[in-house]
Design a protein around this ligand. Structure first.
Ligand SMILES: Cc1ncc(COP(=O)(O)O)c(C=O)c1O
Length: 375
């Protein structure tokens, strides 16, 4: 029996060479030269002026919220179907997260539901591109323009993706990325903020570095964090970035292979290959069990586990998170689409190192688990 991990990155470019440079030169901290190189090259890749590297994508969101001075009295609209990092950054800042349900086809936030949530307290919309297709940005940009709202764009899952040929990561006043190993490019752990606003970039740099001051280093006017990225992480990032186009192609090929082999299997909603405005980059290959399937996602994941196949459940909606309910948030909120897919959805091995034979093995196991064992 094969073992197929849910994710395995590809690290067979210049990663070792650049890491050796760090070790040979002694530059292993955030002061080393790869950090700035990575920031500049990454920002350029998404067409932004400034990049600020941080320790992970969650930290990037915390810094973004702080840099935009979002706090008590403010509301931020975000999708309920996302990772906790998005909502926790808002809540920790003392602001109120206001959630919107997602589309059943793309699993991205349903832009048509945003307007009714806008109040005089709404300060920003946190846009999150989910699982490989971007959010439908045109109507969202129009809304933000009309109501004077800022966009914080979480493009953690959208490296190399575009919306109508414009890079994901170019839409926010601040946009953020993650470089966790399941992302299209990885630094082990890592994240990045990108922006075109020099003052905001400076603020982000200060916030990630404990708000040290240049003249009086240990005298602080503000509280920041140590969210710095190391030179070793940035070295990995530079090597990975060299291969982003190739990685996106690999992921698209993986998506095509899975879709070809799964499209005739009843009971599965597959990821959309294309929306009107983008073609999928398959951050993960995600499946939703249709209503006629008697099992739920957890049971399917258990069964696939018996085949040594790694899986992950879908995000659990923010408005149903016990921690937020305990805080008195989201009391009367229902989001039927997110609630359904959270229980019916899971994703299968989708890393860059996946092979054709692993894909075939996973597909066969899915068919077995859906039919033979159920019957
Ligand atoms: C949409 C989204 N935002 C933020 C994050 C957080 O990134 P990190 O794991 O680097 O903290 C993730 C992580 O997978 C994510 O998917």
């Amino acid at each position: 029996m094969q073992q197929v991990p849910v994710n395995e990155p590809l690290l067979d470019g210049n990663e070792k060479q650049y890491l050796n440079e760090c070790i040979n030169s002694g530059w292993i901290s955030s002061e080393g030269p790869f950090v700035e190189i990575f920031e500049e090259q990454f920002a350029a890749q998404v067409g932004r002026k400034y990049g600020v590297a941080v320790s992970n994508g969650s930290a990037a969101l915390e810094v973004a919220i702080a840099a935009l001075e979002i706090g008590p009295g403010d509301e931020v609209i975000l999708p309920t179907f996302t990772i906790i990092s998005c909502a926790s950054a808002i809540v920790r800042a003392g602001a109120v997260p206001v959630v919107v349900d997602c589309e059943s086809s793309t699993w991205n936030l349903d832009v048509s539901q945003i307007e009714s949530k806008i109040t005089s307290r709404t300060k920003a919309i946190m846009v999150v591109h989910i699982y490989g297709l971007p959010v439908n940005m045109d109507p969202l940009l129009e809304l933000c323009h009309h109501y004077g709202l800022q966009i914080i764009e979480d493009a953690a899952e959208a490296h190399g993706q575009t919306y109508k040929n414009r890079p994901c990561g170019s839409f926010g006043i601040i946009s953020t990325f993650s470089f966790y190993p399941n992302k299209h490019i990885t630094t082990g752990e890592g994240g990045m903020l990108v922006t075109d606003d020099e003052k905001l970039a400076q603020r982000c740099r200060s916030l990630r570095n404990l708000c040290f001051q240049s003249h009086k280093r240990f005298v602080h006017e503000e509280l920041g964090w140590n969210f710095r990225m190391t030179n070793m992480q940035a070295a990995l990032g530079v090597a990975q970035l060299e291969r982003l186009d190739e990685f996106v192609q690999r992921k698209r090929r993986m998506g095509r292979c899975y879709t070809e082999q799964l499209s005739n299997v009843p009971g599965l909603q597959l990821p959309l290959a294309n929306a009107d405005y983008a073609s999928n980059i398959y951050w993960v290959y995600a499946l939703v069990l249709t209503d006629e399937v008697p099992t739920d996602a957890q049971e399917m994941m258990n069964r696939l586990g018996q085949y040594q196949i790694g899986t992950r459940p879908f995000f659990y909606p923010m408005h149903q998170q016990p921690i937020f309910r305990k805080m008195g948030l989201f009391e009367d909120v229902t989001c039927p689409v997110a609630e359904r897919i959270a229980r019916r959805g899971f994703y299968i091995p989708s890393g860059l190192a996946i092979t054709d034979s692993q894909i075939e093995y996973v597909v066969k196991a899915i068919k077995d688990c859906l039919y033979e064992k159920v019957a």
